[in-house]
Design a binder for this molecule. Structure first.
Ligand code: C5P
Length: 233
């Protein structure tokens, strides 16, 4: 397969066309941003860890019946994926109160939630990714009703699978963000699943093993990413 021109460069990834129309190559970078790009930095080796972890988790989810964009691990920083048209939604799943939910609802970080919570945000940097609901999604035509139902079904199922998977590796899956896309008219899971997009706490000590170490200047950022991958492999 031949890597062709870059289609898109995001904060943490680049997407390239290939000589095969149905396939893209995603390249994972070490660049890190937070607070809608206000905080910038580098997490050395992050691109390699996020590529390996996403590959491993997409493979697991495919085996459990969730359709994903993942096709093949190419090398340390690159994976081959199906071409998708990303639906501009951040789909957030939460099991424990943390981050913006803890703030918004006045809950102490670490408070378990009685049931998993799904939130939608409109993926739009200029607007700061505002939270929206199904009605907004339909009203501004971000996705159709049947697509929203599929997204919800896959998001809850992904949560069930990942909570168990991480628990077996002594990690609490506090919350995470998913993105979906359309491929041949079907909704499939896309983007990445990594310590950049999940809150992962050590099951016993609650030590943060994710991007909050970078966002909140907690130190040992690289070590945390490495620790997660070590426990997953
Ligand atoms: O900040 P907040 O508490 O809303 O984040 C919830 C989850 O979604 C966290 O795991 C965070 O890493 C993830 N997230 C993300 N990309 C964003 C916003 C949130 O990966 N743009």
């Amino acid at each position: 397969m031949i890597k062709k021109e870059m289609l898109y460069e995001g904060k943490a990834k680049k997407v390239f066309k290939t000589d095969d129309e149905g396939k893209y190559i995603i390249e994972y970078k070490d660049d890190a941003t937070a607070f809608n790009g206000v905080k910038k930095g580098t997490i050395l080796g992050k691109g390699i860890i996020n590529n390996k972890m996403s590959s491993l988790l997409f493979k697991l989810l495919e085996e459990k019946g969730i359709p994903t964009h993942f096709l093949e691990f190419l090398n340390d920083r690159e994976m081959i994926v199906k071409n998708v048209k990303i639906i501009p939604l951040e789909v957030i799943m939460r099991n424990v109160a943390a981050g913006s939910l803890a703030k918004r609802l006045g809950l102490e970080e670490g408070t378990p939630l009685k049931t998993p919570v799904l939130e939608f945000c409109y993926k739009n940097d200029d607007l700061g990714d505002p939270m929206i609901n199904d009605y907004h999604i339909k009203a501004i035509e971000l996705a159709a009703d049947n697509e929203i139902q599929k997204i919800k079904e896959y998001a809850f199922k992904t949560n069930d699978i990942l909570v168990e998977f991480f628990k077996d590796r002594n990690i609490r899956l506090v919350d995470f963000k998913l993105e979906f896309g359309l491929h041949d008219g079907e909704v499939i899971l896309a983007d990445e699943i990594s310590p950049d997009t999940c809150r992962l706490w050590d099951l016993k000590t609650n030590k943060k093993l994710d991007k909050d170490r970078f966002r909140r200047d907690l130190g040992e950022v690289e070590e945390a990413y490495e620790e997660v991958l070590k426990r997953l492999q």
